[in-house]
Each structure stands twice: as structure tokens, then as C-alpha cells.
Design a protein around this ligand. Structure first.
Ligand SMILES: Nc1ncnc2c1ncn2[C@@H]1O[C@H](COP(=O)(O)OP(=O)(O)OP(=O)(O)O)[C@@H](O)[C@H]1O
Ligand SMILES: [Mg+2]
Length: 242
């Protein structure tokens, strides 16, 4: 589904350059849940932003179903963006809009008429168990509910890939587990490919089919994710000998 080859990204700051991604290569199979781990500042969000086509890497390739998305522009890029749903670190909801109108936003940007956007957004909110909160403002929602709105917004364009950046880190354990159950349920019922960045290896690792580990912008070779019993296998189908 997604194949990343030799991806590099350096940020040029007023002090020294930051090599956020250094020759990163991995793949995600259609329908799998891939866990992406690593310490703070490792380059995880930068990687997700590249995959979501929000950041342009300096070099490398991102293949989505075989085509290099970095060569795409205009209408084709717009269509491609709809295929990749993103849940940002910290929800990123618009506080002046109701839950429903937050979820409608990606469709409005794509030019859908209000009635159609409202119907699709309503279905997405049903899917995440928020039928009773559609007209609530974000400030009146709990952390778990805000995360559900963010997930509904990511799903409303019916993407083939769902990318989540720290979806449970701001939540208590019970709420985090309910969000992970939701993500797993969506993966199983729709076959959507899921990429999850997290620090909570134990909690989130449990719903992942495969794991990768990044540190200082460099993806680890196959082996154990530090301080966990999880095996990192960057390439789909790769086996490791212990
Ligand atoms: N726009 C930017 N300009 C300059 N440096 C940046 C920028 N974005 C990220 N960086 C730097 O790139 C490195 C990787 O950042 P990134 O946000 O990808 O880390 P992360 O693994 O997501 O960390 P965390 O777990 O704390 O969210 C960091 O050193 C960060 O300071
Ligand atoms: Mg981050």
C-alpha cells in the first residue's frame, strides 16, 4: 500500500541543521496496522507529515499503491490527499465549529455541497460512536470524544490509509483503550491500512501487526524495539533470526 524509499528531510534552522529523517526505508501492507515508535525528536511526526503530503522531503520516494506521490500535483494530488486520512497530535479541531461541522470541513474544502457533506459527516460520527454529540462544540467534549471527532474527520473522505500521531497520549488508560478498540474495529471492518505513531508501546503495540523504530531520523534494522518485547521489521514480509 505504502512504500517509503530513502526518505530524507533536513530542517535548516538559525543554529545547526536538523536531520529529522535520514534515508528512511520501510513499507506498509494493505490492511495492516503498523506501529511507529521512537523517542521525542526522533522524526516520527516529520515522517507522518511527509506521508500525509504536508511536508516535502529533500530526497527519496513515497510510493502509494506503486506510484510516486511526490511527482503528483494539481487535481491528482487533491484526489490522493483524500485517500490518506490524518489524525494530528493534539486533535487540531476548530473550536468555533460543532463536532459535525469539524467533520464536514475536509469535504467542504473538496467542494462538496453542504447537505451532502453534512450527511457523510453524520455517518462518520455514527461510526465513531458520537451520534449524540454532533451539535456539541469541542470545548464541551471530553478528550476521548475530541479524539473520536478527529478520527471521524480523518475518515470522512473514505481514505485507504489512516495515519495517527500519538492518538492516545493525552488520554487516561481506559479512554486510550477504548480509542484503540475503535481504531482496531475500523481497521477490521473496512480493511483500511493504519499507521500509528506512539510513545505508549505496550498499550498501542498490542493492536499493531508490525512495528518499526526510529531514532535520530534513522530507522532501525530488524530487531527488538528498545525496552519492549516488540520486534521491529521495517519491510513487509521480512523475517528476522534471533
Ligand atoms: N519545522 C521545523 N523546523 C525546524 N526543525 C524541526 C521542524 N519540525 C521538526 N523539527 C525538528 O526535527 C526533529 C524531529 O521532530 P519531530 O517532530 O518529527 O519528532 P517526533 O519524533 O515527532 O517527536 P515527539 O515524540 O516529541 O513528537 C526535532 O529535532 C525537531 O526539533
Ligand atoms: Mg511528534
Amino acid at each position: 500500500m505504502i512504500s517509503v524509499k530513502g526518505l530524507s528531510k533536513t530542517f535548516h534552522t538559525s543554529s545547526e541543521p536538523v536531520h529529522a529523517l535520514d534515508n528512511v526505508t520501510f513499507s506498509a501492507e494493505a490492511g495492516e496496522v503498523l506501529g511507529i515508535y521512537g523517542p521525542s525528536g526522533a522524526g516520527k511526526t516529520t515522517l507522518l507529515r511527509c506521508l500525509a503530503l504536508l511536508e516535502t522531503p529533500d530526497s527519496g520516494q513515497i510510493l502509494f499503491k506503486g506510484s510516486n506521490v511526490l511527482l503528483v500535483s494539481g487535481e491528482e494530488l487533491r484526489r490522493l490527499r483524500m485517500k490518506i486520512g490524518v489524525v494530528f497530535q493534539g486533535y487540531n479541531l476548530l473550536f468555533s465549529r460543532t463536532a459535525l461541522r469539524n467533520v464536514m470541513l475536509p469535504l467542504e474544502i473538496q467542494g462538496y455541497d453542504k447537505q451532502e457533506a453534512s450527511g457523510l459527516a453524520s455517518t462518520a460520527l455514527d461510526m465513531v460512536g458520537l451520534s449524540h454529540r454532533k451539535q456539541f462544540m469541542p470545548s464541551h467534549l471530553s478528550g476521548g470524544e475530541k479524539q473520536r471527532v478527529a478520527i471521524a474527520r480523518a475518515l470522512v473522505t473514505q481514505p485507504e490509509v489512516l495515519i495517527l500521531d500519538e492518538p492516545t497520549s493525552a488520554l487516561d488508560k481506559q479512554t486510550a483503550e477504548s480509542i484503540l478498540e475503535l481504531i482496531q474495529g475500523i481497521n477490521r471492518s473496512t480493511g483500511i491500512t493504519v499507521l500509528i505513531v506512539t510513545h505508549q508501546t505496550e498499550l498501542v503495540g498490542a493492536i499493531c501487526n508490525r512495528h518499526i523504530y526510529i531514532n535520530n531520523g534513522v530507522l532501525s534494522e530488524p530487531g527488538y524495539v528498545p525496552d519492549t518485547g516488540l520486534l521491529a521489521t521495517p519491510r513487509a514480509g521480512e523475517t528476522i533470526s534471533c
